[in-house]
Ligand binder design. Structure first.
Ligand code: UDP
Ligand code: MG
Length: 317
């Protein structure tokens, strides 16, 4: 643990021309205070990652780089999405910082808890999550869809921190470990808990966006949710298998009922055999799909090639 660590703030920006100047003003004031308080080293900086914006975002970042302190820039050659842009930023700062904080360009997350995050780091925590206290400023719709989403993730067996988005501090070794995850479909808030180092939380109130508009419309949010589940869980496939088993159970009941009808009432010829085979065949197909899916799930996990473990300490002689 360094006394005055070098801090890198990573900010993904997509069409953020409306907020960048103000964002940089606020962040550099914060860095000024932290540097003069000897909490972080004067080499600390802010890396703005331009995620293939088509507006003035990159020219503004270049201007900030040339004319102000702390600002650095990374220009991605196309729009790759928030998660990939953030990952790119973290990979870029890994060798040049002791701690990295990731935050959205609109500063909806309260930057005044960054000093508290650094305190936790000094106490020996490698990952510090920024957690929203309440969601008053979000619309009723966003609040409830978010809640449903966290519940669903939990049911699917994905470890994630409730009400935490991508506002977090990570030590250099945590970032390095994160970069060992070679998967394409990034869902960072599910990946970070897999790192396994000591974690802490700091709490804050989330603000409204002060300018510009949300880059996460419902469609993107849904895709993100589906990504989160399918990148972390093979449970949906396993569900197919169990639904198949239920079908076969139903088939047994239907068979009994059909035979009864066949013997006691006058049924239309062909009806009984159709009824019975309908449910049995459906059930068997689902079970077969579930079994195939189980293998595909295994292949999927192998292909991801995630690190098997993360060393905390190794004492050798
Ligand atoms: N963002 C990005 N690439 C994208 C979409 C968004 O880098 O394709 C960035 C955006 O500039 C912002 C952050 O991701 O810094 C979060 O986006 P936003 O604030 O619009 O989402 P919300 O807070 O409404 O969920
Ligand atoms: Mg936002």
């Amino acid at each position: 643990m360094k006394e005055t660590p070098t801090l890198a703030i990573v900010v993904p920006c997509y069409k953020e021309e409306a907020v960048l100047h103000e964002t940089h003003r606020r962040l550099s004031t914060l860095l000024d205070n932290l540097v003069s308080g000897k909490r972080i080293s004067p080499e600390s900086y802010i890396l703005y990652v331009n995620d293939g914006s088509t507006d003035q975002t990159w020219p503004i970042i270049k201007d900030l780089y040339q004319n102000t302190s702390y600002a650095c820039g990374l220009n991605l050659a196309g729009n790759v999405g928030h998660q990939n842009a953030l990952f790119a930023g973290l990979e870029a700062v890994i060798e040049r910082c002791d701690i990295a904080v990731s935050i959205d360009a609109d500063l909806q997350d309260d930057i005044n808890v960054i000093p508290e995050m650094i305190d936790r780091y000094q106490e020996g925590y490698d990952i510090v999550y920024g957690v929203r206290k309440e969601r008053k400023t979000d619309t009723f719709f966003k609040r409830n869809t978010a809640l449903a989403f966290y519940r669903l993730m939990k049911a699917m067996g994905v470890k994630s921190v409730y009400n935490h988005a991508d506002y977090r501090l990570m030590s250099q070794r945590a970032v390095r470990q994160l970069c060992r995850f070679r998967e394409r479909n990034l869902y960072l808030r599910g990946m970070v808990p897999l790192i396994g180092y000591r974690t802490a939380c700091v709490y804050y109130n989330r603000d409204k966006r002060f300018a510009g508009e949300s880059k996460y419309p419902l469609r993107k949010m849904l895709n993100f949710a589906i990504d989160g589940i399918t990148s972390f869980s093979v449970k949906p496939v396993r569900m197919i298998f169990w639904i198949g088993c239920i079908f076969i159970l139903i088939a047994l009941c239907v068979t009994a009922w059909t035979l009864r009808a066949y013997f006691y009432h006058n049924t239309v010829p062909g009806w009984s055999s159709l009824m019975i085979s309908l449910w049995f065949v459906g059930g068997i197909i689902l079970v077969a799909l579930g079994i195939v899916g189980e293998y595909i799930g295994k292949i999927y996990i192998e292909v991801k090639d995630r690190p098997r473990y993360n060393e905390e300490e190794l004492l050798l002689r």
